[in-house]
Write a protein that binds this ligand. Structure first.
Ligand SMILES: Nc1ncnc2c1ncn2[C@@H]1O[C@H](COP(=O)(O)OP(=O)(O)OP(=O)(O)O)[C@@H](O)[C@H]1O
Ligand SMILES: CC(C)(CO)[C@@H](O)C(=O)NCCC(=O)O
Ligand SMILES: [K+]
Length: 255
């Protein structure tokens, strides 16, 4: 079995694969204060609760977009799992040609998503990941990773509203019945959800023009993908496990 770990700015997502089958997945918060031992306890408990034996883990692969967390999770793997994780970064084969001006600058999560999407759906395609930031990644039919767009995530955007405007409350992200909100909560829900869906359609529309690929596939992932996909006309498919699948595929290409 292999353990795959994606460290994002909000969550650390872990998956246990036996060959190509995802047996378990877990979500922890990304806490920059937590220690190697604290993450060790969490992993130990999760494994125990799920009937996974540490010795069954043959290898670990991880990607991170939070540099200070790399050492914590890496050391946790060494100390509690007895494995040095493979880390997605320079020197790792992905099967993509990175066309970013500086390939080292691209977030590892974006590359991992792109690898999974190309393998599962084939290019040309766009991956939209609704995480802390919402990212758009464009891949052509020849496995060129072209780049994309980064916008404030839904969580960040929602938080900014209530933090910066005294009379705006914290809201549940639910789809309102109408776009014309007649109270503050409905007005905010309408603005965020329909506005966000419109943003996705707008950016995808421009990408299709720029790539001259009017029928490219658009795959969404991330916690809020379903909510937005139900409103955004441009999203063809939702795959919540894209990042974990990408890590598994990259592991297989490098072992
Ligand atoms: N139901 C919700 N209501 C409000 N905000 C939410 C909700 N679900 C998620 N969020 C916020 O949306 C953002 C993305 O959450 P999600 O769980 O999708 O992140 P993630 O994919 O783990 O992100 P990352 O990989 O960047 O850590 C976070 O800032 C989170 O707080
Ligand atoms: C955009 C985020 C924060 C999304 O997780 C991450 O991919 C990241 O930190 N990327 C680095 C910048 C870039 O991808 O160009
Ligand atoms: K993510």
């Amino acid at each position: 079995m292999i353990l795959v770990i994606d460290i994002g700015n909000t969550n650390i997502v872990l998956g246990i694969y036996r060959n190509r089958e995802l047996l378990h997945h877990f979500r922890l918060s990304t806490s920059r204060q937590s220690t190697v031992d604290e993450y060790g306890v969490l992993i130990h408990n999760l494994f125990t609760m799920s009937g996974i034996r540490i010795h069954d883990i043959e290898n670990v692969i991880m990607s991170s977009v939070v540099p200070p967390m790399v050492h914590v999770v890496e050391d946790m793997c060494i100390k509690y799992i007895g494995k040095q994780p493979m880390i997605v970064g320079p020197g790792i084969k992905t099967g993509l040609n990175l066309k970013y001006e500086n390939p080292r600058e691209v977030g590892a999560d974006r590359i991992v998503n792109a690898v999974a999407a190309v393998e599962i759906y084939h290019g040309p395609l766009v991956v939209v990941d609704f995480g802390t930031a919402t990212t758009f990644d464009c891949i052509d039919s020849k496995c060129n990773y072209l780049g994309g767009a980064i916008v404030p995530g839904i969580g960040i955007a929602t938080e900014a509203l209530y933090k910066r405007a005294s009379k705006l409350p914290r809201i549940e992200l639910e789809k309102p019945k109408k776009v014309i909100g007649r109270n503050t909560v409905h007005a905010m829900q309408a603005g965020i959800i329909f506005g966000y869906a419109g943003q996705v359609d707008g950016i995808v529309g421009r990408i299709k023009e720029e790539m001259q690929a009017p029928s490219l596939k658009v795959v969404a992932t991330g916690g809020l993908a379903d909510l937005i996909a139900s409103e955004a006309k441009s999203i063809d498919e939702v795959n919540p496990l894209l990042t974990l699948e990408g890590l598994r595929i990259i592991y297989e290409r490098n072992c």
